[in-house]
Design a protein around this ligand. Structure first.
Ligand SMILES: C[C@@](CO)(OP(=O)(O)O)[C@H](O)COP(=O)(O)OP(=O)(O)OC[C@H]1O[C@@H](n2ccc(N)nc2=O)[C@H](O)[C@@H]1O
Ligand SMILES: Nc1ncnc2c1ncn2[C@@H]1O[C@H](COP(=O)(O)OP(=O)(O)O)[C@@H](O)[C@H]1O
Length: 267
């Protein structure tokens, strides 16, 4: 059986408070986008994992699909499977690609082996693999809070707009981004701001990671500026970076950015 894990962008991200467990409470809006991996499982004699497409750093045992397999196997009698992941979502981009694979893998196991897991149960398993993973079980626009794994439904539809995503030649690790940020204890503003017209967002909605990430990687700041110059209604880095998205009324011409960045149109 095969499935196609999709990426996300963060529209606004306020880091609110450092927690005793080393994580941070935050508020953000997760919005699913149309950049996808392909993930397949097949019956096999022993558990194995292989990937194609973009190289995934790290050991196979640390791949979030393998971690997902072991997590579910603690509670269910799973047979061995052969896992193939075709990686297309840029890595270390703030697009949640690894998290998406983990959540879609849980859904794939649930379907293939008729485990009868509810959405809530799968969400609980997913959040054990990473804060972002829980969102991808339903992968619908949400206002997220807590560690980024608690949600309120959000009626946000950007399908009449053109979203363009730019991936600069920079890599930002999530840990590095959190270490650079200063928490500010204000919660709830983003939930109101996101209901305003998109043209207002640039005046109010911010991503708290931008300050320190832009300082260390000025090229990312330049991409955001270029998206505004090209007519974006709103532009921002996604999550902890390094990707930057722009929301446009019409598909822009970004040939200049294409020279040094990967550009994904109408995601
Ligand atoms: C920043 C965000 C915004 O959506 O996404 P990305 O930009 O990575 O996609 C997320 O908070 C990333 O979530 P995720 O990538 O799942 O994080 P995890 O694997 O659980 O944690 C990696 C590390 O990030 C830090 N972390 C993560 C989430 C959180 N709410 N507070 C934190 O401080 C911790 O230092 C943790 O050890
Ligand atoms: N299936 C996977 N796909 C991508 N990265 C993975 C995966 N499993 C584990 N990882 C690890 O997670 C790290 C962050 O990956 P990713 O989710 O793409 O970035 P981000 O947190 O910026 O959204 C990678 O450097 C990699 O070592």
């Amino acid at each position: 059986m095969i499935t196609f894990p999709n990426a996300k962008i963060n529209i606004g991200l306020n880091v609110i408070q450092r927690r005793a467990d080393g994580y941070h409470n935050l508020e953000t809006v997760f919005y699913p986008i149309n950049i996808k991996d392909a993930l397949e499982i097949l019956p096999a004699d022993k558990l194995s994992f292989q990937s194609s497409g973009i190289d995934i750093p790290g050991r196979m045992e640390d791949n979030l699909c393998i971690k997902g397999y072991h997590l579910i196997k603690r509670d269910y009698d799973l047979p061995p499977v052969k896992i193939h992941l075709h990686k297309n979502i840029p890595i270390g981009a703030g697009l949640g690609g690894g998290s998406a694979d983990a959540a879609f893998f849980i859904k794939l196991l649930n379907q293939t082996f008729a485990l009868d897991l509810t959405i809530e149960q799968m969400t609980d398993y997913a959040r054990q693999l990473g804060a972002d993973c829980a969102f991808f079980i339903e992968s619908k626009p949400v206002y997220a809070f807590g560690k980024g794994d608690e949600f309120l439904a959000l009626n946000l539809d950007l399908s009449r707009h053109k979203i363009v995503l730019v991936m600069p030649e920079a890599h930002v690790s999530t840990g590095e981004a959190y270490r650079g940020v200063k928490a500010a204890p204000v919660q709830g503003v983003l939930r109101e701001q996101i209901l305003e017209p998109i043209s207002e967002w640039r005046h109010n909605i911010k991503n708290d990671f931008e300050n320190s990430v832009f300082r260390n990687h000025p090229v990312i700041r330049g991409v955001k500026a270029a998206l505004y110059e090209a007519g974006a209604l709103y532009a921002s880095m996604s999550g902890s970076g390094a990707s930057v998205f722009g929301i446009f009324n019409e598909t822009p011409d970004l040939l200049v950015l294409e020279k040094t960045n990967r550009v994904f149109y109408n995601v």
